[in-house]
Ligand binder design. Sequence first.
Ligand SMILES: [Ca+2]
Length: 527
Amino acid sequence: MRNPLSMAGYALLSIPILLTACGGGGDGAGNWPVLFPTPAPTQTPPPTPVATAQEKCSIFAGASLAGAALKEATLVPAAAGAAEYCKVTGILHGTLNFEVHLPTVWNNKLLYAGGGGWDGSINITPVSPSGATAGYVLVASDGGRQGDALDASAFLNNPTAQADFGYLSIHSVNEVTKEIVRKRYGSDAAFSYFEGCSNGGREALIQATRFPNDFDGIVVRAPAYSFTELFQAFVANGKALAAPGGQLSDAKVSLIGKTITAQCDALDGIADGIVSNQEACTFNPAVLRCTAGDADTCLTDPQIATANTIYSELKRKDGTTVYPGWGPGGEDQGWPLWVTGSAIGGTGLQFQFGSGLVKYWVTGDPAFNVLGFDPEFYSAGLRLAATTLDATPDLRSFFGQGGKMILAHGTNDWAISYKGSIKYFNDVATTVGGASTRDASMEFFLQPGVQHCAGGVGPDTVDLVDAVAKWREGGTKPSTQNIVATKLDSTTKAPVLARPLCKYPTFPKYKGSGDVNSADSYSCQSS
Ligand SMILES: [Ca+2]
């Protein structure tokens, strides 16, 4: 069968031939036959050989390209909810692994999915639903090491691993991916996007600040943009928990969570279990002080001290702020994993991550007693680590090339505090020349009741890749796109509740009537 595209090309080619035959290009009056071309010649042109999707995929298997050794290249057939794509895997300098998905039907765009933790594995599934369904070339990488996301031992005295994880791996893999895209499709991506959460959010901001031309639009979710400051807070929280009497049982953590919900839930106009007016919610742990001996219904003084450490700013001895602390809400869901560690055998993920930084990156001593870590004594080492790990708020170059950024953060995140994202958003304004300059290229959304990246009582599913693409390509700011966040049933995946996504500092406020689970019953308000 003849290729329809080559037929169309032949028909177009026939027009200049006719123009020439009729004296085309003259004074106009005598050229009417152009509008009524004689039938195309009946001779069949030779068919143009066209490679199949399978053939276009197979060329990558075992190939060397742009300094990378490509390994697997497999055409993955369409399955439920996913179109056909070519899966390419590869490795750079022996330790940096990556994966690229090349859809057979391409939307001419690329989406790089950020990693998590200390990386160690590839997770190519985008957070935003459209990332997996809209025809993007998908890319992901492992940060330059393989293994458990909690294990930082690979970074000990290893400048290559430190640089790859810190700032270089995404850019390096993105350069290889550009070559893969050119080879597969014969052109560059029209637009390239990045989306990441947690360490992936840090990677997003590293890209925007160090390699501002790599991506046209960036979605930054719950970013760990300053590992060194955040992890000092992790260690401080761990020290408080380890102090005599400082640990909290699940019953006491649940007590804290329920007390805060009872106090703050209705501040947004509806007692729906979601604290949406987060900024109006303040909590003093001392209101739960035991008055007649220790019990599950109250907190002892050492437990109040632990809670105060977590909710307060962490300061240096000179009074400057290291970390803004965490806001109240969602403790019963977040603390057993991230803080107290009761869900994972007794040491929370906060302290485990903090220990990795202290042992393998700052002190260089795998046997170091992290509970005895004094950040003031190691301030030089922390500053040095920050030069590799932390992102600055300088987005001038990214904004200057037309880049658009969406920042989003769950208010019940017990890994990374949403208050850190507020600080970053404010610092960007200071750095780029004011809030109006920032707001022309960046918008920030709090996600009420959402835990770390996902989960929690709030609506945690929201398509920010679609939103940033519409902004970058069509000029429509996300805050005018009427974006709705939904919570999906864990089994059926059907939406069970929806709220408008509200631009900071507004929050979804109940209108006073209407279905409490419908986004239409809420409007974005600041008080
Ligand atoms: Ca509420």
